[in-house]
Write a protein that binds this ligand. Structure first.
Ligand code: DSN
Length: 422
């Protein structure tokens, strides 16, 4: 089985320095095990669309209402993206212009709040996201942020605390979702709490959008006033963002994205999003998203057999958050040792972590990218054994070298995308 490189022949002669960096990155992606939970391998069709002449076009506005002329093809491709996004997620309204998940969230803040308003969101330290109002983020500077967390025992969202904080602080907006929460979220419960105090309910499904698209986990769309997302994580599209809204919020979101926040949309990336939504509408994507979860569960089971603890005791999604305390190893040392062994993960705080965010007691490991390569439970079990071996003693370079050789052998047999073998 051979692995085909993504060739960029014009770039090679036109700008060898950039070409070389691209090649290096391609080799890295091919010959390492990419397990950063927020990364994936977009299809060649998605990448091709992202590299089209639409990069040359200004198209401020929305389909049918543009500020510049010559937007007919742009209208066509943005309408395709909007309609496919609506169909994929069963949404009343879709805005496919946000450049990223963080920008999408900024647009929601702009549409729904006045500076100084109160927002209730999941703490970053417990799995939330910077853009939900961390003190170093714009949202944390301009709005009053109150955080809920996970319960110390279950390490799952403490809904009693959410109710208590909502009643006490009467936030104008409640946010759920984040970047390191491995469990399902009770969206109905959140909506009930939001309705009780008259708050707007935003779900940020950036991490798990692909699992929702593939119907592998419940959807937040029926319960949320607004849903924000990235398009490149489990959803496997181009690096970008999107917003879904109900009938009331849709038009307000459009105004907030443009002219409120952004200028010209990235039409080439919108074209790539249209392709990705089209791919996610296929039955094969449902199978993919189910496999992502099965793989995360298999990976987690072996890590537990090896004496490691999973935050919340397991996972319902695409990621496991591993507590390294039993090995007396920091997240930083573990992630660095794994990188030397050819396995890419990130250090991550665990709930109630006593270490600083640059050190941490945990690592986050995700399966979306390797599942795109076609790997299944058997490969995850092998990889989990390697992870445990490397992490046990991050100073043991001999183990890292041995595992690196095994990773090299394994990755030589898998293309970046299983579809390349079809
Ligand atoms: N950087 C993303 C992640 O890794 O989860 C979140 O924005």
């Amino acid at each position: 089985m051979s692995v085909t490189p993504d060739t960029l022949s014009i770039l090679q002669s036109h700008d060898p320095a950039v070409f070389e960096a691209v090649q290096e990155e391609e080799r890295r992606q091919l010959r390492t095990l990419e397990m950063i939970a927020s990364e994936n391998f977009a299809s060649r069709a998605v990448m091709e669309a992202a590299g089209t002449v639409f990069t040359n076009k200004y198209a401020e506005g929305y389909p049918g209402k543009r500020y510049y002329n010559g937007c007919e093809p742009s209208d066509k491709v943005e309408t395709l993206a909007i309609e496919r996004a609506k169909q994929l997620f069963g949404a009343v309204h879709a805005n496919v212009q946000p450049h990223s998940g963080s920008t999408a969230n900024q647009a929601v803040f702009f549409a729904a709040l006045q500076p100084g308003d109160t927002v209730l969101s999941l703490s970053l330290a417990h799995g939330g996201h910077l853009s939900h109002g961390h003190r170093v983020n714009m949202a944390g500077q301009f709005f009053k942020i109150v955080n809920y967390g996970v319960a110390q025992g279950t390490e799952q969202i403490d809904y009693d605390e959410v109710v208590r904080l909502a009643r006490e602080h009467k936030p104008r907006m409640i946010i759920t979702g984040g970047s390191a929460y491995p469990r399902l979220i009770d969206f109905a419960k959140f909506r009930e709490i939001a309705d009780e105090i008259g708050a707007v309910f935003l779900t940020d499904m950036a991490h798990f959008a692909g699992l929702v698209a593939g119907k592998a986990i419940p959807s937040p769309v029926p319960f949320s006033h607004i849903v924000s997302s990235t398009t490149h994580k489990t959803l496997r599209g181009p690096r970008s963002g999107m917003l879904l809204g109900d009938a009331e919020w849709g038009p307000k979101l459009d105004k907030a994205v443009f002219p409120g926040l952004q200028g010209g949309p990235l039409v080439h990336i919108i074209a790539a999003k249209a392709v990705a939504y089209g791919e996610a509408l296929r039955p094969s994507f449902a199978a993919y998203s189910q496999q992502v979860i099965a793989n995360a569960k298999a990976l987690g089971e072996v890590l537990v057999e090896k004496g490691l603890r999973l935050v919340s005791g397991g996972t319902d999604t695409h990621l496991v958050l591993v507590d390294l305390t039993s090995y007396n190893v920091t997240g930083k040392d573990a992630a660095n040792a794994l990188e030397h062994a050819g396995i890419t993960v990130n250090k991550n705080a665990i709930p109630y972590d006593t270490r600083k965010e640059w050190v941490t007691s945990g690592i986050r490991i995700g399966t979306p990218a390797l599942t795109t390569r076609g790997m299944k439970e058997a490969e995850m079990r092998t990889i989990a054994n390697w992870v445990a071996e490397v992490v046990k003693d991050p100073t043991d370079e001999a183990v890292q070298k041995r595992v690196r050789a095994q990773v090299d052998e394994m990755t030589g047999n898998w293309p970046l995308r299983a579809e390349d073998l079809a």
